[in-house]
Design a binder for this molecule. Structure first.
Ligand code: FRU
Length: 496
């Protein structure tokens, strides 16, 4: 039986989503049908198709009682909307169906594991949430919450674990046929940890171990974990709250972080070796991954940051975008990210310029637009090292977003100060890139309301939303000192 709350959400989105013209949305980045979106949830394969759920508040463009929205896709680029999957309609999730994961069961049904939030109060009367993990099972469209909910609660926590911050289960089925889930938790020192649970049926869970903990070093609470093997290493992903910067590696606030390591000597746990930020732009949080049938580890994230969610276009009817899904690899202790290769099927006309000398600002014939995939390679010219190189995109007389590389200190900076956002929020971010004799390769993916930059074949990625008007479609190149550049630009073509 569908609850009234879910029925109401489904009717609401069916009625109002069609009022938003396609041109007011990104061409190929996921947005909510209507209202607010945050974290990706349940990013997984079900019956041979990719499924993506997300945190969802249909009734306004602000965060509110969390529902789960639902989409599916055959190629990770074009998505079909399905009706909302979950609404906060039980005692144990009345304050929200928070983030979680999904898995296909051997009997062909789909299991969703999510955090149910109940609102309580401290003895002093402060609001205090209780978070438990809950299950719902369905056929890929309709889901029934399990009678045994919650399936994981306070007494399943290790000693000192917090029942207030216990959330975001990511579930998968191991090669041994056992289900595993990683869940974020807060320990007795006030900072985060990632717990690993196991289950033979996805409903009865037991704690396997704590995989890693923050010890007040990388932010505080660790949200939205994921855990997987990749290229001979183990990767533990989490999104810490309350981070403080460490050089250019982490920025203040909510960040997304990747811990790369090995199995511990006993062969089961995780032993951390490398730590890095995942994305160095302004908008990236709560990533989740899946394993494709051809063995690629693909990640998607919420292309937004909690610190800047107040900065939205006036009266927008949808708010929040996902990143483009990215293929991951680990090389030399670093996480590499590149756009999923499925994007290439949407490439239209190609414009190529080779060995173009650049110093004063120039435009190149055929190189403009807002929905495109462009790779720019920059080389020093004539033995002299240039001081800086700039690409301006989404530009007109008043607007621009700048990507700047400076070989002397090895930094790339993304700057959307003049992208048209009328809010006094953070607009620039700089990050270190590898030094390759002054040569740099920048792949830039533009959609109507975002820019994603992939540096040197995925060594670094930087994502940012830009709400610049669409008429601003000029792209220019400029260098402080002589450079030669190659540009390969494809329009991306989508129906509708
Ligand atoms: C991360 C997060 C999760 C939580 C969800 C609530 O962005 O805070 O920890 O489950 O958002 O919407």
């Amino acid at each position: 039986m569908m609850s009234e709350a879910l029925q109401k959400a489904r009717e609401f989105e069916a009625q109002y989503s069609p009022h938003i013209p396609a041109a007011e949305r990104p061409a190929f980045h996921v947005t909510p049908a209507i209202g607010w979106m945050n974290d990706p949830n349940g990013f997984s394969i079900y019956k041979g198709e990719y499924h993506l759920f997300h945190q969802y508040h249909p009734y306004s463009n602000e965060w509110g009682p969390m529902h789960w929205a639902h989409l599916k896709s055959r190629d990770l680029i074009t998505w079909e909307r399905l009706p909302a999957a979950l609404a906060p309609d039980r005692d144990y999730d009345a304050a929200g169906c928070f983030s979680g994961g999904a898995v296909e069961l051997p009997d062909g049904r789909q299991l969703l594991l999510y955090t149910g939030v109940q609102r309580g109060h401290t003895p002093e009367g402060y609001i205090q949430d209780i978070q438990t993990q809950c299950a719902a099972i369905g056929d890929g469209v309709d889901y029934e919450k399990c009678l045994d909910n919650p399936v994981l609660e306070a007494n399943d926590l290790p000693e000192g674990g917090s029942a207030i911050d216990f959330r975001d289960p990511k579930i998968w089925r191991g090669d041994d046929g056992v289900y595993y889930a990683v869940i974020g938790n807060r320990t007795e020192d006030g900072s985060g940890s990632i717990l690993l649970y196991r289950s033979t049926d996805g409903l009865k869970w037991e704690l396997e171990r704590m995989l890693d903990r923050c010890n007040n070093q990388y932010g505080k609470m660790w949200e939205c974990p994921d855990f997987f093997p990749l290229n001979g290493k183990l990767v533990l992903i989490t999104s810490p709250q309350d981070m403080t910067p460490v050089g250019l590696e982490f920025h203040a606030g909510n960040g997304a972080m990747c811990l790369i390591g090995d199995y511990d000597p006993a062969g089961k746990g995780f032993s951390r070796q490398f730590v890095q930020a995942i994305d160095y732009g302004l908008d990236f949080y709560a990533p989740q991954t899946l394993l494709t049938e051809d063995g690629r580890r693909v990640m998607i994230a919420w292309m937004q940051n909690w610190a800047t969610v107040g900065a939205k276009p006036y009266h927008c009817r949808w708010f929040g975008q996902m990143t483009l899904p990215r293929e991951l690899a680990v090389k030399d202790g670093r996480l590499y990210q590149n756009p999923v290769r499925e994007l290439e099927a949407y490439r239209g006309q190609c414009i190529i310029h080779r060995n173009i000398p650049v110093s004063a600002e120039v435009n190149l014939p055929g190189v403009q637009g807002r929905i495109l995939d462009m790779t720019v390679t920059v080389r020093p010219m004539g033995g002299e090292m240039y001081r800086w190189f700039r690409i301006r995109v989404a530009k007109d007389g008043e607007h621009e977003t700048i990507i700047r590389y400076r070989p002397s200190d090895g930094t790339v900076k993304i700057d959307r100060t003049r992208s048209g956002l009328p809010h006094d929020i953070v607009h620039t971010r700089s990050f270190l890139v590898g030094y390759h004799e002054g040569e740099i390769k920048l792949r830039i993916i533009l959609d109507r309301f975002s820019i994603e930059v992939f540096v040197n074949d995925g060594e670094q990625a930087a994502s940012s939303v830009i709400y610049t008007r669409q008429e601003a479609d000029v792209i220019s190149f400029e260098a402080g000192g002589p450079v030669l550049i190659d540009v390969e630009k494809y329009d991306l073509i989508f129906a509708g």
